[in-house]
Design a protein around this ligand. Structure first.
Ligand code: HEC
Length: 271
């Protein structure tokens, strides 16, 4: 049961919840309109999906890819740069995709000592970030100015590559980051204080779609490579050679790693 569940997407689970167990049609419709989750819970779920995605991208694509000679660069979109997006820019790509879609979910990666000055926390978020640095606990608050429910989660130096790249970067504002440091925080925002199942699934799906969008942009860049050896795109990963997974294979791995936790949450509150 456990392994089957792991392979189901959150969406499939909702479908199963709604379609089995002899729940009458009408009741199902009502249930999907009911407020099922507090905004804090939903932002926590999507932040977890983000942790898994980010770690997978950083370690299995960027980390292992570099060993195969693949390049990752902040100027990856430039025509003369044959490289993929750095982890922070992968996240920015996800945020941009979400913003273009219909779900009012905001995502931002900031820090107190950023490489890019545009990523420096300001005002209330800067204040809360000093607390996050102390205990690594998430912060939830209502941003009166923007009228948005806001959650901030610590972004940790989880791999040696985070530390070396940031410390050595020509634009860095801090060069003594250490493994395990709180390097920044992801800030998530949503306008309503509670969400229905449908809205919750829409949030999770818009995040997943964002990862596929930015990953596909990377694969498109590769098509235009002239000087570099193009990786073969299929079901293999860079750990095995000059390969990259297809967007489907990438997303499938994210889901296997993360959805089980998300689903336990969805199921627990459906009881
Ligand atoms: C190969 C270089 C490289 C690696 C590896 C890397 N980063 Fe970054 N990171 C950058 C660059 C460059 C930026 C600025 C991107 C931009 O223009 O917004 C950035 C941005 C960030 C930001 C936003 C604040 C800032 O500095 O602008 C955070 C937080 C961050 N990275 C954390 C991490 C963490 C945690 C890891 C490891 C999981 C990591 N980074 C891995 C280069 C790197």
């Amino acid at each position: 049961m456990k392994s089957i569940m792991k392979q189901l997407s959150a969406l499939a689970l909702i479908f199963i919840l709604n379609s089995c167990g002899g729940v009458p049609e009408e009741k199902t419709a009502d249930a999907s309109e009911e407020k099922a989750f507090a905004v804090e819970e939903v932002l926590e779920m999507v932040a977890k999906e983000n942790d898994v995605t980010r770690t997978l991208y950083t370690k299995a694509i960027v980390g292992k890819g570099k060993k195969q000679g693949m390049k990752f660069d902040e100027d990856w979109r430039k025509d003369d740069v044959e490289a993929g997006p750095l982890p922070a820019l992968f996240l920015r790509g996800v945020a941009t995709s979400i913003r273009k879609g219909p779900v009012p979910l905001g995502l931002y990666l900031g820090s107190d000592y950023p490489i890019n000055a545009a990523n420096k926390f300001q005002g209330q978020q800067a204040e809360l970030f000093t607390e996050i640095k102390k205990n690594q606990e998430p912060k939830f608050f209502y941003d009166e100015e923007q009228k948005l429910h806001t959650a901030m989660f610590a972004d940790l130096a989880s791999a040696g590559a985070c530390v070396t790249c940031h410390n050595d970067h020509p634009q860095t504002s801090k060069s003594d980051w250490k493994l395990g440091d709180v390097m920044g925080a992801t800030t998530w925002q949503y306008p309503k204080d509670s969400l229905t199942y449908k809205e919750t699934v829409a949030v999770l799906n818009s995040y997943a779609k964002g990862t596929v969008d930015i990953y596909m942009e990377y694969l498109d860049e590769i098509k235009a490579f002239e000087k570099s050896k193009k990786p073969e795109i299929g079901d293999k990963w860079p750990a095995e050679g000059n390969y990259l997974p297809t967007p489907e294979v990438f997303l499938d791995s994210v889901r296997k790693l993360s959805s089980y936790e998300t689903m336990k949450h969805l199921v627990a509150s459906a009881k």
